[in-house]
Design a protein. Structure first.
Length: 744
């Protein structure tokens, strides 16, 4: 496959990856916008848009553009997937985020009265600005986390952070708007911002940076470099925000808050829902372009490829948007917002010019051409402000849409001339041919809107949707071998889906098989008989197969976190599958269970009156085992006994010295250490104590204290004696497998 097709493949794949998540983010945005429109109406939307514009203006100034300059520095410094190469830069960006966030918060508080006066024409919203000032700190802290993800091209984590942050904010917003209506604006803005911050912290922590301490000199050098580029971007962004802010104020003073709400709603459709395509593509495009910025030919190739993909993606979106705009407005907003349709129809055509000028515009940033960058920022924003003011003054909302279209046509021509003269950038004829067809398709669909016959109108517009999709697929296939890419993606995805389905079915089958083997009558009776209701309802003890409760009048305690099925009596974890049905349990004394515990089939457990039996986490007795405790028996964590083993701290009968007549004590404690492994048919009698990491040979009889031999020993025989040291079961190698297999 050629390098060109490989590059197109990469662009399409990254766009598809991030675009899928962005689609769900759009749905979240639609729901949020719908709730605002329904619960607080155009006036409430106008207030929100003015508050957001003011805060974005201040944030744009105090943020110092680190969301873009930080990405450039990280992506250019990231070498060979080695996180240590950018650890100091990442730490510095996060520190800058904290400082700029605090700066923005303080400035909003200090100038809250002035912001209210300028934005709303009075000081009634002074405290509103004071309260929402904290969102600037939240925003910058979030940017500090997301910049790292984007600079490292961790697209999946970045997409999840954005998606879940917005989703959590939506879940909070809906009930607040429903119950408190327009009074919910301030708390909703704050809580939604906090939600996004918390989610960004969660996903940023998945990047395993080592703690990095950089010197003051290094911090100053890196910081100046980041801030220098950031200030340029800030000034550009400030001009754009200022232009938007002034237009909204002009619309508000000339037409009222309702007109501001309409203006904001229209440009929300254009910038948030259609313009999100540019956000999706820039996520990977800008770091890639910054990395090759020194090579003009590579830059030209990358920009041409990105422009080509951009116009092909945006064309069917524009045509579909023009066809369905009445329905879209009705779904997202309310019938009151039909006034924005003419404005949006003109504005959507502008996206075709914006797609190409957007791709060219990143050249200036990637190359750090500060003088030309500032000249274009001042010039284009001035043109935008003048055109929008004139458009609204003479033709209202529709005039704003037309001025938006005219502006991006001028923007496209201007950047084409600038990039040609300064960097030798140009498009080849095959691009213009494709571009011209895309323009004609969009313009034709736009003109069909004015047909008086609705059947003919929507019939032709629907036909244009189909034609545009076919044309785009045809052109994309020529450049990217789309069929091969699609087949590869589908095949890979289908394999992943089938594997996931198999795992889930297998898990469900084994879980069903396990639950089917549970003796639910005995399980329910035992749990609710012996435990308080909050514990009993979790069913921590499962009984499998037949079991006789001779007596369970003693005390049974669970230490640690209580989980369903954590203790299994008769649990089927061995090779043999049949129960003899002779399991029996008698609890007269105290049984303490310290975690997940397994007892195999046909067990016999007897804790006598006054006896204390303690079973550690992951302790087990295999099939046909006996445990008899009359005084005190302790099994440590991971003390595991094989089948037909028996543990008894009593000899059952009174023994005596026939010479002196002295009677011996019938019971004595048993203490089995942690990580002990006893093979089958092992007998442990009173006075036995084993160290940690002790292995007991098959058919051994333990009667003594073996701790003097130290850990990691093998004992065995009748009676059991020391055999070997420096030997142990491979607990580290088996532990994870044991936990996965045995824990229900």
């Amino acid at each position: 496959m050629s390098d060109s097709k490989t590059s197109y493949h990469r662009i399409v794949k990254t766009t598809s990856l991030f675009g899928g998540v962005q689609f769900f983010m759009i749905i979240i945005g639609v729901i949020r916008t719908k709730c605002i429109a329904v619960f607080i109406g155009p006036e409430g939307m106008g207030i929100i848009s003015l508050l957001n514009s003011a805060m974005n203006l201040v944030g744009g100034v105090t943020g110092l553009g680190i969301e873009t300059s930080g990405v450039k520095h990280l992506s250019s410094s990231y070498k060979n997937d080695n996180l240590s190469t950018i650890a100091s830069v990442a730490a510095l960006i996060k520190k800058l985020a904290v400082l700029t966030g605090i700066l923005g918060c303080v400035l909003v508080i200090l100038f809250s009265s002035w912001l209210s006066q300028i934005t709303f024409g009075n000081s009634n919203h002074t405290f509103t600005f004071v309260f929402i000032s904290i969102t600037l700190l939240f925003r910058q802290l979030m940017i500090g986390q997301l910049v790292v993800l984007q600079g490292l091209r961790k697209m999946r984590l970045l997409a999840k952070a954005n998606f879940y942050g917005n989703g959590l904010g939506l879940l909070v917003s809906i009930p607040l708007y429903y119950y408190y209506r327009i009074d919910a604006i301030v708390p909703t803005i704050i809580v939604a911002s906090l939600a996004s911050l918390l989610v960004s912290f969660y996903y940023s922590k998945k990047i395993p940076f080592e703690k990095n301490v950089f010197s003051k000199e290094q911090g100053n050098a890196e910081g100046k470099s980041i801030i220098r580029l950031g200030i340029l971007l800030t000034l550009s962004g400030l001009l754009t925000l200022l232009s938007t802010y002034l237009i909204q104020i002009f619309v508000g003073k000339w037409g009222g808050l309702e007109q501001v709400g309409f203006y904001n709603a229209g440009f929300t459709l254009l910038n948030s829902y259609v313009g999100v395509i540019f956000t999706v593509m820039s996520t990977d495009y800008f770091p890639r372009l910054a990395f090759i910025s020194a090579d003009n030919e590579k830059v030209r190739t990358s920009v041409v490829q990105q422009s080509f993909v951009s116009i092909l993606i945006i064309t069917p979106v524009i045509i579909l948007f023009l066809t369905c705009i009445p329905l879209i407005v009705k779904i997202i907003f309310t019938p009151e917002f039909n006034a924005i349709i003419p404005m949006v129809c003109f504005g959507i055509i502008a996206m075709l010019f914006r797609a190409v000028s957007w791709s060219m515009g990143y050249i200036l940033i990637a190359k750090g051409d500060s003088k030309m960058f500032m000249r274009t920022a001042v010039g284009f924003n001035s043109i935008s402000l003048i055109l929008n003011v004139l458009g609204y003054y003479y033709y209202g909302l529709e005039g704003l849409g037309f001025s938006f279209l005219l502006y991006y046509f001028i923007h496209f021509l201007g950047l084409k001339i600038i990039t040609k003269k300064r960097y030798g950038f140009y498009f080849e004829s095959d691009f213009y041919n494709t571009y011209l067809i895309c323009i004609l398709l969009c313009v034709a669909t736009f003109l069909f809107r004015y047909l008086p016959n609705p059947i003919l109108k929507y019939g032709l517009m629907s036909l244009m949707v189909v034609v545009s999709i076919v044309f785009v697929l045809f052109e994309m296939n020529k450049k990217t071998a789309l069929k091969e890419l699609f087949n590869a993606i589908i095949k890979k995805r289908m394999i992943e889906i089938l594997k996931n389905v198999y795992r889930k079915v297998r898990f469900f089958y084994h879980r069903l098989q396990l639950y089917y083997s549970v003796n639910w009558t005995k399980t329910l009776y035992f749990n609710f008989k012996k435990f308080p209701y909050p514990i009993a309802k979790q069913l921590p003890v499962f009984f499998y197969g037949k079991v006789k409760f001779t007596s369970i009048t003693g005390a049974i305690k669970i230490e640690g976190v209580v989980k369903k099925g954590m203790i299994g009596f008769g649990q089927p974890y061995e090779m043999n599958t049949l129960h003899k049905g002779i399991a029996e349990i008698t609890i007269l004394g105290t049984l303490i269970l310290k975690g997940h515990i397994q007892l195999g089939k046909d067990y016999f457990i007897y804790v006598g009156d006054g006896g204390l039996c303690e079973l550690g986490h992951m302790a087990s007795l295999a099939s046909n085992a006996k445990l008899i405790c009359m005084e005190h028996v302790v099994l440590g964590d991971y003390a595991r006994f094989g089948s037909e083993s028996q543990i008894m701290d009593t000899n059952f009968h009174q023994m005596m010295d026939t010479t002196t007549g002295e009677k011996f004590k019938m019971t004595a404690p048993i203490r089995i250490g942690n990580y002990n492994y006893a093979a089958s048919r092992v007998t442990v009698l009173q006075n036995t104590t084993t160290p940690d990491f002790c292995t007991i040979g098959s058919s051994s009889v333990c009667t003594a204290d073996y701790t003097s031999f130290g850990s990691n020993i093998l004992i065995g025989g009748i009676p059991a004696k020391f055999i070997k040291n420096a030997i142990s079961r491979d607990w580290e190698g088996e532990k994870a497998l044991l936990d996965e297999y045995l824990i229900v």
